[in-house]
Design a protein. Structure first.
Length: 112
């Protein structure tokens, strides 16, 4: 599958995500890795997926702060005339290996 979102845009989104995570969560959590990938859906529309692996108490994440992440990405990319509506997932580090193997790895181009 060929992605339409340029690598430079994905890197910019990744930078926005890292900065936003610091602003939204401070030292309450540790976030690593953060992955931003692009893939086409069934209708050949490009979709951007943000995967955030965290260490901390899941109940402390709060949907308000996780939704603010999407809002921040949308606002900043729209300001730069690169409107992106990302899908984000927060995955606890203990679940990451299994999640990655089944949900992320199949979509990563071999050039990564």
């Amino acid at each position: 599958m060929v992605t339409k979102t340029p690598e430079a845009v994905l890197k910019k989104i990744e930078k926005i995500v890292h900065e936003s995570l610091d602003d939204l969560f401070g030292a309450d959590f540790t976030f690593a890795p953060v992955m931003v990938i692009s893939r086409q859906d069934y209708w050949d529309q490009d979709r951007v997926f943000i995967y955030v692996v965290y260490d901390g108490k899941p109940n402390s994440l709060g949907s308000e702060r996780t939704l603010q992440l999407v809002d921040t990405v949308m606002r900043q990319t729209t300001e730069e005339e690169l409107p992106i509506v990302p899908f984000n997932s927060f995955i606890h580090k203990s679940e990451w290996p299994k999640f990655y193997r089944h949900n992320v790895e199949p979509w990563i181009p071999e050039t990564f």
